[in-house]
Ligand binder design. Sequence first.
Ligand SMILES: [Zn+2]
Length: 353
Amino acid sequence: MPVVWSDRHRRHEPGGEVWVGVRTPGTELPERAERVRVALTDAGARFVDAERHPDEALLEVHDPALLEYLAGAWEDWEAAGLTADPGQDRVVPYLFPHPGLLAQDPPPVPTAITARAGRFAYDTMTLIGPGTWDAARAAVDVALTAADLVLAGEPASYACCRPPGHHATRDCFGGSCYLNNAAAAAARLGAGGDGRVAVLDVDAHHGNGTQAIFYSDPEVLVGSAHVDPAAGWFPHFLGFAAETGAGPGEGANRNLPLAPGSGDEAWLAAVAELAAWARDGGVRALVVALGVDAAAGDPESPLRVSADGYRAAGRVLGGLGLPTVVVQEGGYDLAAIGRLVVEALTGIEEGRA
Ligand SMILES: [Zn+2]
């Protein structure tokens, strides 16, 4: 399947994460996408450059206020002198509009640049630097271009996105994600296709942003298999089985939380359950939110899935026989990420055959 790519991902150097108040090196590194590119090149993949898409495509899944903030956040931070005093070289929030704090919903956008960061970021580990907006914007273009290829008749395409997107909601961001690439692809497929779309998220972590964006939408099924937040894992506050959608979207959301250490058998059973749910839901196109951080050895999750497991999951998802856009999410084991992606994509092609 064609691989959509943009060099602009390299402009996003997160500069680490602020986690429990401490600057740590972080794992969402430019090298991740480069390793995937090398593995796909070795596997003989056909690369397609991402095409720039207008902002209207972003507005399908994000509030204008979030886009306006992200587009200017770094320049505003630098212009306010914060890189010199107190000497913070990334945008880091310090105050958050917790529901219990507020007199207005939604809260106003604060005047102070330092406070504005907390209006849109829900954690301290998703830092903004000089090239973050450009890279995040390019990642959406990668996903939209991959969706366009499928709408033009390709059976499947792979969007090699970085930064990832599935933790970004309609109006806030976090979890190393800024803009929701998979949601943008799903909206594109939904608008250009003829019927329901499913987003099936096999990243090790709950796709809370994608869930939130489509929570009331009956036309986009969102399913996620992930490590149980109740076992102490990000995003902690949601991702539970009881979250099934709201209003007209009731029944169009499905969460399958898994115990740490689940391994191939339980994880593959969950992936198969999501695939059967999408098939029974009558969907006409599929977005696979492909995180490979469920793999054994990944520093960010305890699910211990094997490379063969990712191949088998690919066969299950490919077996649906749907027009499919695969969008890269997490995966932080640099030694394994390339092979894991190749295995998953190969599995999808085997499943379709
Ligand atoms: Zn993840």
